[in-house]
Design a protein around this ligand. Sequence first.
Ligand SMILES: Nc1ncnc2c1ncn2[C@@H]1O[C@H](COP(=O)(O)OP(=O)(O)O)[C@@H](O)[C@H]1O
Ligand SMILES: [Mg+2]
Length: 479
Amino acid sequence: MIPLSLARIAQVTGGQLYGTRPPLWGDAVVTGEVVIDSRRVGAGGMFAAVAGERSDGHDFAAAAVAAGATAVLATQPVPVPSVLVADVPAALAALARFVVDALPAMQIAGITGSSGKTSTKDLAAQLVERLGPTIAPAGSYNNEFGHPLTVLRAGASTRYLVLELSARGIGHIAHLCRIAPPRYGVVLNVGHAHAGEFGGLDQVARAKGELVEALPVDGTAILNAGDPRVLAMATRTRARAVTFGEQDSDATVRAADVRLDDLGRPSFTLLTPEGPAPVTLRLHGAHNVPNALAAAALARELGLGLDAIADGLSAAVARSRWRMEVHQRADGVTVINDAYNANPESVRAAIDALAHLAQGGRGFAVLGHMAELGDSSRASHEDIGEYAARACGSQLAGLIAVGEEAAPLLAGARRARSWPGEALAVPDGAAALDVLANRLKPTDVVLVKASRAAHLEGVAAGLLSASELRADDLKEADR
Ligand SMILES: Nc1ncnc2c1ncn2[C@@H]1O[C@H](COP(=O)(O)OP(=O)(O)O)[C@@H](O)[C@H]1O
Ligand SMILES: [Mg+2]
């Protein structure tokens, strides 16, 4: 955070100073974090009051100041020092942009795509931190609140901002890029996440490409050579394009000799213009290879050396929860908790991981529905069911569809005629746990995955000890 007086905050946001002790406190300075959760207020920070579904932040204004906040950003009068604005997200956006402009030496990178933004952002942050002080959002904290609040954490010592940009419609990413204009833009893939809301993959590509359109002439677009819709974005930017992709592509940064260990963790040889280097990821699933390549390409552009990139990727941990977490129970059952979210591409990636982990044994897939697929929802669920039955074959002992909207998964699985497994429809997570309790044996592998709204992390919690899951993670923006 750069210190900002309340008078300055009012000026930047077009707001008015309000409260109990005018006029002097316009000189009061916000030196700490800006937050929207009053419980997270720290000394010298600012609390932005937001009216939510269940409670109204304005009710916590006094408590926030009592807890040390210098002031409150509010849309209604509150009995404490405050800046009254018409719209809190717009005010936060204006403040964030002010901070960016005040820190011209800070390098800004944005990462977008349909799947893997958070995983790639976490990998990239762990590389870029080797170059200097870096700010990156926690989890998927990247919506109209999380994005500016993350940017506002930057201060005089910050050298790098690594941001995750998500969109549910045209114009969203362009807006985020105006708040913090990136010089580096990474596009991972164009897939079916939120495709129903966008109206098809071409619209998704249009929206994701807003990131490269926002890049300056001296910027760099980092594009997935393996995704034609992403590669085509090279024509939509003034920036130089750099690519990442598979060994036999002509991408700048590539992976060769990809292997998975018995828990699905990839090893590969990172190929760069500077030479090759061995990498062993601590993350699970082959889909993390392109994520790692994207992070490597970004860090390389920022000046990190090959050895540091390879070391950094090999040391990087999963910072955000519930994405392909692999837990081994004392009784030998392996649980893959990928309950954070689901779309067709990420479910396929998870099924591939299940197929790998269950090799020579038995796998169970507990799948809830994939949200926001629009008209193609039923067909997509059927296709995924069939994919699971074919990819895992006889090793898929059970496919458990949780909830009515997930039921078409089972019809899809039955299309794979030779698949001998059980197809079971259950109403909720508790019923899924009952079904598993009667079936699981040591060495079995269970995948748990669904869209956020299905809350299947409860199934993972039921399979593991509850202490392995933190309710706090739910506070992440749901994107
Ligand atoms: N490159 C990828 N391709 C397909 N699925 C992926 C990829 N990267 C991550 N995933 C899966 O997508 C889900 C969301 O991952 P996350 O990193 O949170 O992406 P996002 O922030 O884009 O939603 C997880 O289930 C994860 O395992
Ligand atoms: Mg995310």
